[in-house]
Design a protein around this ligand. Structure first.
Ligand SMILES: Nc1ncnc2c1ncn2[C@@H]1O[C@H](COP(=O)(O)OP(=O)(O)OP(=O)(O)O)[C@@H](O)[C@H]1O
Ligand SMILES: [Mg+2]
Length: 327
């Protein structure tokens, strides 16, 4: 478990941790909300480690990943012969979390029929295996997480209000990275340390000029790329180059609601063209046609960019488009 790796010194993050640490000691369910990649799973593990159940198991369940038909039997177990293929009985994830914590990730994805069953577990601590008439008592602490707005899901008729009320007696909202910029350099240094990367005299301030819609996961992925591209030597130039690319891609995929600063129209054009080439598997004729420009114009632009880019920077663009640009 990654308990000791939790990083963050900002006022917002410390307040979140304090709240969470106090809640961890109690027996009640906890609901963690926050955007994708803010660290909900890591914090769920911390809750478990700080609870009186720390010696018991921590069992994560991704409510969005299991098909609804399988979810009930995976969670509550099944009796031998309960359905075709049930050649032997299965205890299920809830029983395997006995004495510990059950982490219900992406709870907002749970379908309504299963929400009723979960409600029963929360209200009476009872479960029943699929195909069995026997009701059993279990002792598990529920920690749930979601990046959805559950109140909105309730209004849409997709989430039960009674379940939300049960789950959110103790609710913690994990702040997004852009609301705690003080943590960015600290996180970056910690993540690079863990990668075993060298980053002597690196100025991390270039990482502040971005919204980070994918939060810490996105930061981590960018640093992994920096570690690989720099062959374990990360420089300010490399990070600046990568963050520029990240901005363009974010803008292109419409992830960020707000305008991206520091990106020119020429940068944007370049990204659109390179993306198109990638999608056309390097076929310049097709890419030019789909972009609505002459093939000679495309050639000219590629030639210009290739000579304009320094040797160090160009591989960043070449890497995903190798076939396109090698022609
Ligand atoms: N405070 C932190 N310190 C160090 N690493 C962190 C921190 N928070 C998150 N991480 C790292 O960021 C990545 C994403 O975290 P995590 O999976 O917990 O996010 P999440 O909120 O569950 O995201 P999602 O909603 O997409 O499931 C993980 O690799 C995790 O180890
Ligand atoms: Mg998660």
């Amino acid at each position: 478990m990654q308990f000791e790796l939790i990083t963050g010194k900002s006022r917002q993050f410390r307040a979140t941790l304090e709240e969470l640490d106090r809640y961890a000691q109690s027996p009640w369910p906890i609901l963690l909300t926050g955007e994708t990649g803010v660290g909900k799973e890591l914090l769920a593990q911390r809750i478990h480690r700080l609870s009186i159940r720390r010696q018991g198991p921590f069992v994560p369940v991704n409510c969005g990943a299991l098909p609804p038909g399988l979810f009930e039997s995976e969670l509550f177990g099944y009796e031998r012969g309960a359905f075709s293929g049930a050649v032997q009985s299965h205890r299920g994830l809830v029983r395997s979390a006995q004495g510990g914590s059950l982490f219900l990730d992406e709870i907002g994805e749970l379908e309504l029929g299963l929400q009723v069953k979960l409600l029963r577990l929360l209200e009476s601590r009872e479960i029943r295996s699929v195909g069995s008439t026997r009701v059993e008592q279990v002792d598990v602490r529920i920690i749930a997480a979601t990046n959805r707005n559950l109140k909105e899901r309730v209004q849409e008729g997709q989430f039960r209000l009674d379940l939300l009320e049960r789950l959110s007696i103790l609710a913690v909202e994990v702040p997004p990275l852009r609301e705690r910029p003080e943590d960015i350099s600290l996180l970056a240094a910690g993540l690079l340390d863990r990668l075993g990367s060298t980053y002597l005299n690196v100025d991390f301030s270039c990482l502040l000029d971005f919204e980070w819609p994918g939060n810490i996961r996105q930061l981590r992925n960018l640093l992994i790329r920096a570690d690989v591209l720099g062959a374990k030597m990360v420089s300010t130039e490399l990070l600046t180059q990568l963050i520029k690319k990240e901005k363009l891609q974010t803008e292109a995929s419409g992830l960020a609601g707000k305008a991206v600063t520091g990106v020119t129209l020429a940068d944007f054009e370049k990204q659109v063209i390179l993306d198109k080439l990638k999608r056309c598997h390097g076929n310049r004729k097709r890419a030019a046609k789909e972009l609505g420009i002459a093939k000679s114009t495309l050639h000219e632009k590629l030639r210009k960019w290739k000579t304009a880019e320094s040797d160090q920077a160009w591989p960043l663009y070449r890497e995903p488009h190798q076939t396109a640009l090698a022609q």
